[in-house]
Design a protein around this ligand. Structure first.
Ligand code: ZN
Length: 387
């Protein structure tokens, strides 16, 4: 590894942190900056905007135009800093005691900075298979960018076979995580006087029946847990986080909203829960409408993040284990874009610098030693791909 790679990573990280790419705001300036650096390194770049035109994904390729490439993927967006007590300006990188502070330092601009810093050291003409760099938008609000990216790749006929997602794992190799599916179900009833409940449609009471069904399904999840599940707890979890409805004790409730989520340990549980709840919703809706045609139930999808399933044969895990010298891989509780890449047919693994313990917090930082480990992994990848 050329000795200046680490100092270049530091400079690039300072530049990346200075782009305030909070999910609600544009990331175009950062994407432009990254594309500029990757083009200089000889990569071909594909920039695709979101429907609003204010955000973009970047997909860059070094090496042959062929199937079977390796994707290094990171999201450009960061969580907001409002209400957090930062010691310094979150969008200006500060170095202290071997750590680099700033919003996004570990989640996940440190990884992107390392990728951009090593890119010029890859000789595209010597690569045996393509190396792709993916920088996505809106991960923190439901992986919208990665979802669009895998569709774009399918449309363009680009078929990588391995994805390494550099979310902060302290450079440990992570081969699985639960999914996260979030919904708000709204009940619209018919208000009336509390003395004549049969003349109205009580939204709170229908919501209670809906929640009862959710809890029944939750109990059933324990029996569906795969015998070899490594998650804690080993089954798909479900919970109701918020329940809001009604106006007063003596008024038939006209409105109720239930916020709920589930975290599947396996893809079949997703269909199972969604189908069962859709059927129950339809039963309740029919009953409500038979009293008042204007009554209704609507389920809004807040976010659906696919889990990363642990698979026996995983090229991604084998490669990253080899590069980091690890001899096993773990599973984690937090969600990432990895499941999307897996569902798109790639072998996916998570490994990146910094700790999830610092992510989303005030005074977020990444240790310089972690960046050095990440650079040596990427350098190992370079040697592997040119050997
Ligand atoms: Zn992240």
């Amino acid at each position: 590894m050329p000795s200046d790679t680490l100092s270049r990573t530091r400079e690039i990280l300072a530049d990346l942190i200075a782009f305030p790419t909070v999910s609600a705001d544009s990331n175009l300036a950062l994407i432009d900056y990254a594309a500029g650096r990757l083009r200089q390194a000889g990569a071909t770049c594909m920039v695709t905007r979101d429907p609003s035109g204010t955000k973009a994904n970047l997909f860059a390729t070094l090496g042959p135009r062929a199937d079977g490439g390796i994707v290094l993927s990171g999201h450009a967006d960061v969580v907001p800093v409002e209400g957090q007590d930062w010691a310094t300006d979150p969008f200006r990188m500060v170095e202290r005691d071997g750590r680099l502070y700033g919003r996004g330092a570990c989640d996940m601009k440190g990884f992107i900075a390392a990728c951009l810093a090593v890119a010029p050291e890859f000789d595209g003409t010597a690569l045996r298979r393509p190396l792709h760099f993916a920088i996505t938008y809106d991960e923190e609000v439901g992986c919208l960018g990665a979802r669009a990216l895998v569709q774009e790749l399918a449309r363009s006929g680009i078929r990588p076979s391995v994805a390494i997602i550099g979310e902060p794992t302290e450079m440990r190799v992570i081969e699985g995580h639960k999914g996260c599916y979030e919904y708000t179900t709204e009940f619209v009833g018919l208000e009336g006087h509390g003395s004549q409940p049969e003349l109205g449609v009580n939204a709170v009471e229908y919501a209670v029946r809906y929640v009862s069904r959710l809890l029944e399904i939750r109990e059933g999840m324990k029996d569906r847990a795969p015998v070899d599940s490594r998650f804690v707890p080993p089954w798909t979890t479900l919970q109701v986080g918020c329940f809001n409805g009604g106006a007063a004790r003596n008024v038939i409730a006209g409105h109720c909203a239930v916020e709920w989520e589930f975290r599947p340990v396996q893809a079949p549980d997703v269909d199972f829960i969604k189908t069962a709840m859709a059927r129950h919703e339809e039963e309740l809706r029919r009953e409500m409408k038979s009293i008042s045609p204007g009554a209704d139930i609507v389920t809004h999808t807040i976010g659906e993040v696919e889990g990363l399933a642990v698979v026996e044969q995983s090229e991604a895990r084998d490669i990253v284990n080899e590069l980091t010298g690890a001899n096993h891989a773990d599973v984690v509780a937090f969600g990432t874009e990895a499941g999307l890449f897996q569902q798109a047919g790639m072998s996916a693994v998570i490994c990146g610098p910094g700790s999830i313990a610092q992510a989303h917090k005030p005074d977020e930082y990444v240790e310089i030693g972690q960046l050095a480990s990440c650079i040596s992994m990427l350098d190992g990848l370079r040697r592997k791909l040119t050997a």
